[in-house]
Design a protein around this ligand. Structure first.
Ligand code: ADP
Length: 484
């Protein structure tokens, strides 16, 4: 059994918090993964002040020096996580299967490299010298960034904020989710070891610690990933300080499967992954499937067959291909959507197998489900389920599918599945979403060189790519040109 200890990181030092909280393994609730020391407002204050002090020198260092330091951090992270202990720790605290944990850690390293590569184009000054004079546009750091992240991808979703903020010359105070504090802390401590003390800090805790960070007068920007209601709270908390903000919130992604779709094994595998990866706890997962009526039975049949091969259990077991949900609240929410769908007369196909080695009563286990015969008003269709259950709904014409897909307050991702590229791109252009995939969907289809984010209630601002780096800067220009 892993007995982990979670520390806050303030000014380059491990700091215990005034309150200790036990973190449980969602696949073995009777077993503690470890304990984490939660911060209070005075430790948050200390972390922010140390960030503020460190930021002055860090922000005036050259971009090349910051890139070098971040790459050293990446190399240290690669070395420290190489043996697979970090992946096992991530599985123990989060619940995702071991290969997904390894993938998350690798994806984190790929993200760092991509950010370092994009930084020259995104952050370098633009100098114009012509007969009218000189104009220099710089992208200056904002100051101290407060980053608040969730429990589904604790490492990647923290790096996606921390790295661009650092490259842009900011100092960071990160607050991870309290139920997945360990692997991300190791990752931050490892990267932090390549940086001046105080440039990267971590404080642990729940809403109170998040609020202390949002309202601290020396925090100039908050970057948040989480649910829509909490995003609204964060936005309200930063408003009086006029702080800069990035919000990456939930989604209720629709996939539209057209009548000419090619349903080969690879396409079904991509669709299945996009629905069920990380037990469906992915912001950019397929949460609703609209399928042309002429292909409906075929799609449902193929998805049921694919989902039937899942083995649900403790993600540490080699045969298990789907881990538990991460926490009680999520487990209860997903179950309530399923019960509601049943009450409405929906056909709930319960698929996959229970791992014999896992104690089903000791974890938040749930077999995958594909639901048909529910209408568009069911909570399973309207709300974000964030679990291993998906509604499949028929449509008769593309316009109807598009209207229903867009009939939501969310707008994170979408996808169109078709053999006709022009037709798929034309429909995709009208899907209200920050990113749309053709014949694929979500995490595994991400283009790391592009900026990603939500429209409507799914968020504000973009992460990754040029926009994602510039989100941590203020642009300004100095000029002696007289154009008028
Ligand atoms: P979930 O409901 O899945 O836990 P949240 O959006 O509430 O998702 O949580 C995302 C992150 O926001 C977590 O790190 C959580 O501790 C933090 N958080 C929760 N409430 C607040 C708040 N009021 N202000 C700032 N951060 C918060």
């Amino acid at each position: 059994m892993i007995e982990e200890r979670g520390w806050n990181l303030v000014n380059g030092e491990r700091r215990d918090g005034p309150r200790a909280e036990v973190v449980r393994n969602p696949a073995r609730l009777s077993a503690a993964v470890g304990t984490v020391g939660l911060a209070d407002s005075s430790l948050v204050d200390e972390a922010v002040r140390s960030a503020s002090r460190a930021q002055a020198d860090w922000g005036s260092s050259s971009l090349a020096d910051r890139q070098k330091a971040v790459l050293q951090g990446r190399a240290a992270l690669a070395g420290a996580s190489e043996e697979g202990q970090w992946a096992r720790l991530l599985t123990a605290e989060q619940g995702k299967i071991d290969v997904e944990s390894s993938m998350e850690i690798l994806l984190g390293q790929m993200l760092i490299e991509q950010f370092v590569q994009d930084a020259d184009a995104a952050l370098g000054p633009d100098v114009l010298d012509d007969e009218l004079g000189r104009r220099v546009v710089t992208r200056d750091p904002i100051g101290v960034v407060g980053a608040i992240t969730p429990w589904n991808y604790p490492v990647v979703l923290s790096l996606i904020k921390v790295i661009p903020a650092l490259l842009a010359g900011n100092a960071v105070v990160l607050k991870p989710a309290p139920n997945t504090p360990f692997t991300v802390s190791l990752a931050m401590e490892t990267i932090g070891s390549a940086l001046p003390p105080g440039v990267l800090n971590v404080v642990h805790g729940a809403a109170d610690v998040g609020e202390a960070l949002c309202t601290h007068p020396q925090v100039a920007k908050v970057s948040f990933t989480g649910s829509v209601p909490t995003g609204r709270r964060v936005m309200a908390a930063v408003a009086p300080g006029m702080k800069r903000i990035t919000l990456e919130l939930g989604g209720n992604d629709a996939a539209i499967v057209l009548d000419d779709v090619a349903l080969d094994d690879a396409a079904i595998a991509r669709m299945t992954d996009a629905i069920f990866m990380t037990t469906g706890q992915v912001c950019m997962a397929i949460k609703r499937l609209y399928v042309h009526r002429s292909r409906f039975d075929e799609v449902v049949g193929a998805l049921c067959e694919a989902a039937n091969s899942f083995v649900v259990g403790d993600g540490m077991e080699p045969d298990v291909t789907m881990g538990p949900l991460n926490n009680q609240a999520q487990y209860d929410k997903v179950r309530s959507f399923i019960f509601d769908a049943e009450r409405r007369g929906g056909a709930v196909n319960i698929l996959g197998a229970r791992s014999a080695a896992s104690d089903w009563s000791d974890g938040y286990f749930m077999r995958p489900r594909i639901v048909t015969a529910v209408d568009d008003s069911a909570p399973l269709v309207v709300e974000e389920q964030f679990g291993p259950v998906v509604p499949v709904l028929p449509f008769d014409d593309d316009e109807d599918a598009l209207r229903r897909a867009n009939d939501t307050e969310y707008g994170l991702c979408g996808s169109v599945w078709s053999t006709d590229t022009d037709r798929a791109f034309a429909l995709s252009a009208r899907l209200q979403a920050g990113q749309v995939f053709v014949n694929a969907h979500g995490l595994m289809a991400l283009d790391l060189t592009c900026s990603a984010g939500g429209v409507k209630q799914s968020g504000l601002g973009r992460e990754c790519g040029i926009d994602g780096l510039r989100a941590y800067t203020e642009s300004r220009y100095v000029t002696n040109r007289r154009a008028m």
